[in-house]
Design a protein. Structure first.
Lengths: 251, 251
DNA sequence: CGGCGTATTGACGCACCTCAAGGTAAGTGG
DNA sequence: CCACTTACCTTGAGGTGCGTCAATACGCCG
């Protein structure tokens, strides 16, 4: 598939590409599509390309010997998929990447990336900041796993969704199946389901895929009570900023 | 404190520094020492320097609102401390760094690092590979937390220690207090203590700080049973390679 | 209608946390 | 050299949050 320069520029990673740089990149990359359920790559595959999601969502996960799926992350349009593998010079993918929904993915040969990263100074910086960011997220994940209850993690995640997708906390639809979200939160779907019920008392109503958070303050207290990374994880703060802006507009 | 060029070169990060580069770096860095228990920096402090440990060990941790310490990692000589914060251009430290034992730490102003990273091509690469590596470790942590029992995590950690410190699995001393190790494994010290008892049946004997792993195969099966990252986490494989080499020498 | 993917609900057990009380070892001062 | 302190570790009893297994319900499409 031929790539338009605009398609590239729409990706945060490449947003400030010059005309010339863009032309070079267009020549060295292409767009692939994956149907829902299809694998972009699997654990153990040779690493041949660097990927950036243009449309859709990818589940990044591993499979334990016991057959259990451990979801590492759910990546969406604009996210780079395996930047870490490119800079770490790994030979094989450590994870599986499966399309949660139909996807378009930009693919760039890793060899080319490694060769030319230094020519695109600003790109390299963004890529690295992205990796550092993901490291940070992983650390947050660990902390939350060890200190927060299922209810707190769910509340926290729902708020994060609002920020990520620019949802209105007072009413929005879950963007993935509950099973996937549960997996992303490292809990069983039964636990997730039960947790949603208990959250009703806290003003977080979930019926089907529809979520509405009645009392932001209550939800916040719940989510933040044990979350030392409230500031950096940023979900709550970002959400509040957004809400305050809305109030401002409304008044 | 004045730094010898050799001191720099002893650090993996700077091992292939040229004479000139070394001289430049010496002029722009210094060595600080921290006594056991002292903080190198705390959560919320302004980020002023990039640090590399020359001697000793640092506990990297956060404190939850509830007062619980969550240990992110224990870094030792040769490790860079906050490479991610340098490339992510954060303003404040997200973690606490406290000396587990008396430490010597190389400190380089972040401004200088950011300015000159691109002049030291190979250094930048190592730094980034280090970050990618740590991302990987964090992901392993998450996976192990969600899939492995306390016994498995402890067994796995003991093996990792052998690789990291080049210990002989058949007999070595724990390099940190049990409380610290428990914290690193995200479990309570009581749980850790009890787990060590149960591991005796599996041929992993721990009395005081002394560890001896009688039956490597048994320990392995235990640790790897649910560890999908056996290859990459590398503890077991690296350990086996080491043991096989020893056997080879012995014969 | 039947079948499939997805979600809910119930009953049950266990691994780990929590609180509380020793116990051991090393260091300090008389 | 012994009493005392302090830091570190172990052991016990009890509670619980979440995983597990199994059955049922819901929504969607052919």
């Amino acid at each position: 598939m031929i790539i338009a320069l605009d398609t590239l520029r729409a990706l945060p990673l490449f947003s400030d590409l010059s005309q010339d740089e863009g032309a070079i990149l267009v020549r060295n990359s292409r767009i692939v599509t994956s149907k829902r359920g299809q694998y972009l790559f699997m654990h153990g595959d040779k690493i041949t390309h660097f990927y950036v999601i243009c449309r859709g969502a990818l589940q990044i996960f591993r499979e334990t010997p016991g057959g259990r799926e451990v979801t590492n992350d759910i990546l969406i349009a604009g996210d780079s998929v395996n930047a870490d593998e490119v800079v770490a010079r790994q030979a094989e993918h450590a994870m599986n990447a499966r399309a949660v929904e139909d996807c378009s993915v930009l693919e760039i040969p890793t060899a080319w990336m490694r060769e030319h990263l230094k020519d695109f100074d600003h790109i390299a910086e963004k890529l690295l900041a992205g990796i550092a960011d993901r490291l940070h997220s992983a650390q947050v994940d660990v902390e939350q796993l060890t200190t927060m209850s299922a209810a707190q993690m769910v509340a926290c995640y729902l708020q994060k969704l609002c920020v990520l997708y620019n949802f209105d906390p007072h009413g929005f639809e879950l963007p993935y199946t509950k099973a996937l979200i549960a997996s992303r939160l490292h809990m069983e779907k039964e636990t997730f389901s039960r947790t949603l019920q208990t959250l009703r008392d806290q003003g977080i109503m979930v019926t089907g895929a529809h979520v509405s958070i009645k009392d932001m303050r209550k939800a916040d207290n719940l989510a933040c009570a044990e979350c030392s990374m409230a500031e950096e994880c940023g979900a709550h703060r970002a959400l509040h900023e957004k809400l305050e802006k809305n109030v401002g507009h409304g008044a």
